[in-house]
Design a protein around this ligand. Structure first.
Ligand code: HEC
Length: 574
């Protein structure tokens, strides 16, 4: 139990917990990855298990649990859910006013917060002050009484601690904790001589720095059901996993009430809750984080293009490109049929005036995105969107190798060794012009280059019809017709970007990879051999629904890996 006696005690605890995060999360990769030593494509990398559909694994295995710290977006989304505009808090200004610990793309390919150093503890303190400051004028509503005008405010403080403590810590507080929080308030009032509102703000700040808020603490106080090394999560922990996975935030009061009422106990109940949660607008936030991280969309923020060649390139265009991906994936996954075939094959998208100039569509005005039909011979789903095409390009020319890498890593879950020192992309030769594909193929067809380029090239050249900002073109930079034909690693032939996308849509490797990517995002770690049974269960449901991503998400929340955790060595369980 965490004594909340003073500010420094809670800060101290954070530091201690921070130290152990490093160890626990470190275990995710240790011994399971790396060192395959195979040059070129196909090394294990993040693909920790190499799990393939049909491999059922041990139904009783359960993986190591990383202790996760809220990411920036989880922090912001949770604060917004708990306080939000109702109490005068704007997330945009919170974000602008506070810096939280940095995040890195970990082994899983998704963001996580690293070790919590002392500097980071101070950052949490500052962020807590910012939140408290923003809601200070709402104190009477938060506490249910005007503390300064109420002779004995203890009951109000208790009510606040119980009510908001449950939202912030994602579980009801035990009686002793409520007492400790009250004692903290009284200490601020009497010993430190603060006025009632000042003490209340200190209490709120302390709660926002509690490890129970900042960490996704799942060890609980009591293991309800134990089987071997596995403990079944209690209903509050299930609610918490559900909401971080599907909403990108902590649970709301309704979900906590369900946990309390015992209606998050069976797999059916959990699946039903997940379905309802996916109907909520909050699901958009989790989806946004997933796509931003999976596809590396933040790369666009610092992406520059040759002004002479692309005079239309500006901040508005690049942020519209990101918005397009988000609007499209939201539409397909939350409102549409959710199918992988739509995600990678839909002949429509969402554009505004600046995107329309890249697409060559006339008659679209303003900055608002709207749905338009696209030419299915030119465009098909995500992969042919300017955001991805422009990211995997140089400032003035497309980079087929970067595009190939994007497909291999993101859609086929193959990990590439870092390329050796390679020459820059050759610029078209004015004196002796040759088709660009020919030049690049010749250059990379020899050992050791071919070890990687034999897989990269066909995929990358398959997107050869797009220039460095994603405009469709039929001639390459040297003026020769684009040759965008090739075969997938599995052998399926395609000609042009749309056919490439379509071929990927029906590739089992792609479907397996999407399953893994969502797993990694939802579980906050790369999959391990202990997850094979859960992965296979989710994949089977995915397959049975014609690869509907919504159904995949629902299937994940009822897997063994989702509903259990490993009991740590040395953990004391009652
Ligand atoms: C280990 C895999 C691997 C090997 C071996 C390899 N490449 Fe590459 N190459 C890549 C990848 C991946 C990219 C995409 C760019 C990136 O990731 O930075 C790339 C990009 C390039 C580029 C574009 C420049 C750039 O920075 O994007 C050229 C040119 C190139 N490679 C040529 C070669 C040649 C020539 C050889 C042999 C001497 C070679 N490569 C060997 C993986 C490899």
């Amino acid at each position: 139990m965490v004594p909340l006696v003073s500010r420094s005690a809670s800060v101290l605890l954070l530091a201690i917990l921070g130290g152990c995060t490093g160890e626990i999360t470190g275990a995710v990769g240790s011994g399971e990855t790396g060192g395959a030593g195979t040059a070129g494509v196909g090394g294990s990398g993040t693909d920790v298990t190499n799990w393939i559909p049909g491999e059922r694994g041990d139904p009783n295995a359960v993986a190591v649990l990383p202790l996760r710290v809220l990411t920036r977006s989880e922090y912001d989304n949770t604060i917004s859910l708990v306080f939000g505009e109702e109490y005068g808090l704007s997330v945009a200004s919170l974000r602008a006013a506070s810096v939280l610990p940095g995040e890195t793309y970990d082994l899983s390919g998704f963001l996580s917060v690293g070790e919590i150093s002392e500097v980071n503890v101070l950052r949490y303190m500052d962020a807590a002050k910012t939140v408290a400051g923003a809601v200070s004028s709402s104190l009477p509503r938060l506490f249910g009484c005007d503390l300064a005008a109420t002779p004995n405010a203890d009951a109000c403080v208790r009510a606040f601690v119980e009510s908001f403590g449950e939202l912030l810590y994602r579980r009801p507080l035990v009686a002793a904790e409520v007492d400790e929080h009250l004692a903290f308030y009284q200490h601020e009032r009497t010993t430190l001589g603060r006025d009632a509102n000042g003490a209340a703000l200190q209490l709120l700040e302390a709660m926002l720095q509690s490890p129970y808020f900042l960490y996704r603490w799942e060890q609980g106080f009591k293991v309800v059901e134990r089987k071997g090394d596995a403990a079944k999560l209690n209903p509050y922990q299930v609610a918490s996993r559900l909401s971080f996975f599907l909403w990108g935030s902590g649970p709301d009061r309704a979900l906590l009430a369900q946990a309390k009422a015992g209606t998050l106990a069976t797999s059916e109940q959990v699946a039903e809750a997940a379905r309802r949660m996916l109907e909520s607008p909050r699901a958009e936030r989790a989806l946004e984080s997933f796509h931003e991280q999976w596809l590396g969309l933040s790369h666009l923020d610092s992406l520059f293009k040759d002004e002479k060649r692309f005079p239309q390139w500006n901040d508005e265009l690049r942020s519209s490109m990101k918005d397009e991906v988000q609007a499209f994936t939201r539409h397909v996954i939350l409102k549409g049929d959710g199918a992988v075939s739509s995600l990678l094959g839909a002949p429509y998208s969402f554009v505004n005036a600046s995107l329309a100039s890249v697409y060559g569509i006339s008659g679209v005005q303003g900055s608002e995105l709207r749905q338009v039909q696209l030419d299915p011979r030119e465009r098909a789903g995500l992969l042919t969107m300017p955001a991805l095409l422009a990211s995997a390009s140089e400032a003035s020319v497309a980079n087929p190798f970067k595009r190939g890498k994007l497909i291999l890593e993101k859609l086929l879950c193959q990990k590439l060794e870092p390329p050796p020192v390679v020459p820059p992309l050759p610029t078209p030769d004015q004196v002796d012009p040759k088709p660009q594909r020919q030049v690049l193929e010749t250059m990379t067809s020899v050992a050791p280059c071919s070890a990687c380029h034999v897989s990269l090239n066909p995929l990358g050249f398959g997107l050869g019809n797009f220039d460095a900002i994603g405009k469709f073109q039929t001639l390459d930079d040297a003026g020769f017709p684009v040759d965008a034909s090739g075969t997938l690693p599995g052998g399926a032939a395609f000609s042009g970007p749309s056919e490439l996308s379509m071929a990927l849509t029906s590739s089992e490797e792609v479907r397996t990879c999407i399953t893994k990517q969502w797993f990694r995002f939802g579980f906050g770690r790369a999959e391990s051999p202990s997850d094979a049974f859960s992965l296979d269960g989710a994949y089977t449901a995915f397959q049975a629904t014609d690869f509907n991503i919504r159904e995949l998400l629902v299937a994940f929340v009822t897997t063994r890996s989702f509903l259990h955790r490993q009991i740590e060595t040395g953990e004391v369980v009652e």
